[in-house]
Design a protein around this ligand. Structure first.
Ligand SMILES: CC/C=C\C/C=C\C/C=C\CCC/C=C/C(=O)SCCNC(=O)CCNC(=O)[C@H](O)C(C)(C)COP(=O)(O)OP(=O)(O)OC[C@H]1O[C@@H](n2cnc3c(N)ncnc32)[C@H](O)[C@@H]1OP(=O)(O)O
Length: 305
């Protein structure tokens, strides 16, 4: 319990807000066209991560803008962590909405080109950056809401699973899930743990083996997402949701969150070095490189048709 309290105290970086503005009632099409209130300010200038923080509400919107599909490259993840750290230290920010500034895709997951034909040194840095990103989001003392406005496979699904609440656009064309086996690769234990913590043992057993991508209605049914909304209500619903969470005193909520997530975090922290070695060794294999190459060909070929 002492370490949970220490963790929560470390994470308790937000002050209590007394003013919740009318931003929650704003409804716009998608995050990129979201109309920020006058009290919003640019909190980040990175090329792939856009952050708008409304200091009246304490809600920050972090938008991914890494065309064409918000793949999680080493550069993207590095910029993500820099932007995240800024928000984590900003006492006027109590909650973060993660969303995409691109149409139709939340995130295509890990950038396959960072895993395919790259050096072991590059893949070590790549995997460390992913671990870092996950530890920050999953272990955050802020309230984190995923506003899923498009496809969210594999690493994209992990990002959503690391949030406290997931809202997805109600559209059957958008799919979410841990689909790694379909690429001939294996999702690491912490991806699986996050899925299992959310949808339960049996569902994740099926899900990770088949590499199932669920459409929005299926994702809601199994509890992979918490709520579906029409596209034009995504950001306003995420903001309203956040404001409801703000009614809970931060410190009590943070300790509770840290308590619930401790076992999953500790497992990863204890196995961090081994996890990097596993990834690099696994992706060194000719058979895995071949699978990744074939998958990239398939993606490109699909486009050509
Ligand atoms: C013993 C072992 C034990 C334990 C294991 C140890 C270690 C683990 C080892 C490995 C684990 C790795 C974990 C991996 C996690 C991942 O996230 S892998 C990535 C999974 N992602 C996907 O499968 C998504 C693929 N993409 C799509 O399905 C679609 O692109 C989309 C639905 C996201 C969007 O569709 P469209 O809008 O139609 O866009 P296009 O398909 O035309 O794509 C445009 C463009 O983008 C390129 N691209 C797409 N996805 C990626 C990607 N993930 N990375 C890199 N590039 C991507 C695509 O090829 C197109 O490129 P161009 O043709 O325009 O050049």
């Amino acid at each position: 319990m002492a370490s949970v309290l220490r963790q929560a105290a470390r994470l308790a970086s937000s002050r209590c807000l007394t003013q919740l503005s009318a931003a929650s009632s704003t409804s716009r099409l998608g995050a990129s066209s979201y109309n920020f209130s006058p009290s919003s300010r640019n909190a980040s200038t990175s090329s792939t991560i856009k952050v708008q923080l409304d200091s009246n509400t304490g809600v920050a919107i972090m938008m991914f803008q890494n065309p064409p599909v918000n793949s999680m490259s080493l550069d993207f993840m590095t910029e993500f962590v820099i932007a995240w750290d800024k928000l984590e230290l900003d006492k006027s920010c109590r909650g973060i909405i993660l969303t995409s500034a691109l149409p139709n895709v939340f995130s295509a997951g890990l950038d396959i080109m960072d895993m395919y034909g790259t050096t072991p040194e590059h893949r070590t840095a790549f995997w460390k950056a992913l671990q870092e990103l996950w530890l920050k989001v999953y272990g955050s003392g802020k309230i984190v809401v995923a506003a899923i406005n498009g496809a969210s496979p594999a690493g994209g699904c992990l990002m959503a699973l690391s949030c406290d609440y997931r809202i997805m656009i109600d559209n059957p064309k958008y799919k979410i899930g841990i689909n790694e086996t379909k690429l001939g690769i294996v999702a690491p234990f912490w991806f699986k743990d996050c899925l299992e913590n959310t949808v339960g043992y049996r569902m994740s057993e099926m899900s990770v083996q088949y590499g199932i991508l669920y459409n929005s209605a299926e994702a809601l049914k199994i509890g992979l997402v918490d709520q579906l909304v029409p596209e034009d209500k995504l950001i306003s619903t995420a903001t309203e949701t956040m404001i409801k969470w703000f009614a809970i005193p931060d410190y009590a909520r943070q300790i509770s969150k840290a308590m619930v997530r401790k076992a999953t975090m500790d497992k990863m922290l204890a196995g961090r070095e081994a996890d990097i070695t596993n990834f690099v060794t696994f992706t060194n294999k000719d058979s895995i490189q071949k699978s990744l190459g074939m998958y990239m060909e398939m993606l490109k070929g699909r486009k050509a048709k």
